[in-house]
Design a protein around this ligand. Structure first.
Ligand code: NAD
Ligand code: LMR
Length: 334
């Protein structure tokens, strides 16, 4: 009798711990659709909530026929749609916002995307203040501080639960190096630190298996401006969506695994970081160990060479401006 109830209790607590609602805001977009598909294929996700200003229910109906166990529901911007999509979410991914066209920088997206992200952050603060928020919408260097300011203004800011998704930069670095060296990208873990745009993206090849690559200007440029390659090739039809969906799904999977108690999960991500606060840079991407509450440990940048020192200096200058711009936006447009 004791045994049976004990086992039942254990089974209940195990399944309760493994119930993970994941919400995608901007789910009908170029990133949102393939990202939602990958999340539907992830057995850790038990409930998938897909919100968009248009098309959420259609994407949800389509994905709901895939024979994996999770339930899928789509939400429109009705008076309760966004709140219902967010209620009970463990993880919220935000790819809502406009993408670049050729000739634009990510900062050129600020005027449109800042208010989109601010308003979605307000909804998160209201409906799922405990959720881990993964911001994909650009410019990430500014949209993450925007979320932080909104959460602070509502008294629900937890720096451990807010992440800018910079995974695509390490995915690219790993692939580009493997192409150059004829190796398996699975064996090429390249650390990339800083932010997510141009010179704020700092690959640290001196820490890789190929330290000589830290003087390869062409490769460094390719990692820093990889997004431009895709924007140019899509010729006005947007920016990276499929590779970004893969990178976002990887980040979500890592956050969920750590949330379920797995140890030693490390991802690069743009977080509220102590590393360069003395330089006025409150957010920085470095290797972050994830845990049940989100950020567990922020790893320092570590030993870098003279060329990387120079890149880091340039990164900090731009990053500070990008972060301040996000903070000022919320102060002026609460
Ligand atoms: P997209 O235009 O194809 O899709 C965006 C979606 O967001 C659309 O479906 C749109 O209806 C929706 N949307 C707009 N306003 C919304 C709101 N208020 N609430 C909910 N949904 C809303 O664009 P995309 O290619 O999917 O890119 C989305 C964003 O992701 C862009 O800002 C892009 O720059 C960024 N991005 C970031 C990375 C990264 O590494 N972090 C990589 C690629 C793209
Ligand atoms: C990327 O790195 O591909 C994204 O940030 C999209 C872009 O604008 O380049």
């Amino acid at each position: 009798m004791f045994m049976a109830s004990h086992i039942q209790r254990r089974a209940f607590s195990a399944s309760a711990r493994n119930l993970s609602k994941v919400t995608v805001l901007g789910a009908a977009g170029g990133i949102g659709q393939p990202l939602s598909l990958l999340l539907k294929l992830n057995p850790r996700v038990t409930e998938l909530a897909l919100y968009d200003i248009r098309g959420g229910p259609g994407v949800a109906a389509d994905l709901s026929h895939i024979n994996t166990k999770s339930t899928v529901k789509g939400y429109d911007p009705t008076p309760t749609g966004l709140a219902n999509a967010l209620k009970g979410a463990e993880v919220v991914l935000i790819p809502a916002g406009v993408p670049r066209k050729p000739g634009m920088t990510r900062d050129d997206l600020f005027n449109t995307n800042a208010s989109i992200v601010r308003d979605l952050a307000k909804a998160c603060a209201e409906s799922c203040p405990e959720a881990k928020i993964l911001v994909i919408a650009n410019p990430v260097n500014s949209t993450v501080p925007i979320c932080a300011e909104v959460f602070k203004s509502r008294g629900v800011y937890n720096p451990k639960r807010l992440f800018g998704v910079t995974t695509l930069d390490v995915v690219r670095a790993s692939r580009f190096v493997s192409e150059l060296k004829g190796t398996d990208p699975a064996d090429e873990n390249i650390t990339v630190v800083g932010g997510h745009s141009g010179v704020t993206i700092v690959p640290l090849f001196s820490q890789s298996k190929h330290p000589e690559l830290s003087s390869n200007a062409e490769l460094i440029h390719r990692v820093q401006f990889g997004g431009d390659e895709v924007v140019k090739a899509k010729a006005g039809a947007g920016s990276a969506t499929l590779s970004m969906a893969m990178a976002g799904a990887r980040m979500a999977e890592s956050v969920l695994r750590a949330g379920q108690g797995e140890k030693g999960i490390i991802e690069p991500t743009f977080v509220d970081s102590p590393l360069y606060k003395d330089r006025g840079v409150d957010f920085f991407s470095s290797k972050v160990e994830l845990g049940p509450n989100g950020v567990e440990k922020i790893h320092p940048v570590g030993k870098i060479d003279a060329n990387e020192e120079k890149m880091l200096e340039a990164c900090l200058v731009d990053l500070k401006k990008n972060i301040e711009k996000g903070v000022a936006f919320v102060a002026q447009n609460p």
